[in-house]
Ligand binder design. Structure first.
Ligand code: S6P
Ligand code: ZN
Length: 178
């Protein structure tokens, strides 16, 4: 592989050079929210998109990406990502907020839990062994850059089985983590 650069359009949430693109719609992930919303089931909106750089999953490489997590709620629970551990658990990840505000919920298998704020110019460090899920608590797309060891892999199954300790709701005019 040769050195290269890419351009991010932060407002549009797009990258001019693309490897994998993942689009998750409501019906793909509705089970992660605590309630079902029949209106969203019918409309099936895009909840988030991930644009990855064209990099293979080889040890030694770094994968980088931008995620665009749209604003919205399922009843009163904010839109969020599925969340995962890395399959190679001893791999960290860095997020840099580019647009919007939210929380990165971080959790270990031992039950530690930390909600970390993400917003423009804020870097979130996710250490090895911590599962991570992102929540958009703002009214605009939450856009962030991410980078992690390309061979890390994604373990969604553990999060499906265990869930996250806490969820993020809009209640009485405020953001509540509970
Ligand atoms: C990958 C990194 C992000 C997420 C993305 C969507 O390690 O953490 O690119 O993949 O934000 O979240 P999820 O949990 O659906 O992969
Ligand atoms: Zn990750």
């Amino acid at each position: 592989m040769k050195p290269f650069n890419v351009f991010f359009d932060v407002l549009e949430g797009k990258m001019n050079l693309l490897g994998n693109k993942t689009v998750r719609r409501y019906n793909d992930i509705k089970g992660i929210f605590c309630e079902i919303d029949p209106k969203l089931e019918k409309e099936n909106p895009v909840i988030y998109e991930v644009f990855e750089a064209p990099i293979t999953e080889k040890e030694g490489d770094l994968m980088f990406l931008i995620t665009v997590l749209y604003p919205g709620k399922v009843k009163n629970e904010f839109f969020m990502t599925k969340g995962h551990y890395h399959v190679i658990e001893n791999t960290a990840e860095i997020y840099l907020g580019l647009r919007g505000n939210g929380l990165v919920l971080c959790q270990t298998r031992e039950g530690d839990f930390e909600p970390i704020e993400i917003s423009p110019n804020k870097v979130v460090y996710i250490p090895p062994y911590w599962a991570h899920r992102t929540v958009n608590t703002s009214s605009e797309p939450l856009v962030f850059f991410g980078v992690y060891p390309a061979h890390a892999g994604h373990d969604y199954k553990s999060v499906e089985l265990e869930g996250f300790k806490k969820r993020v709701f809009f209640e009485n005019g405020g953001i509540h983590i509970k």
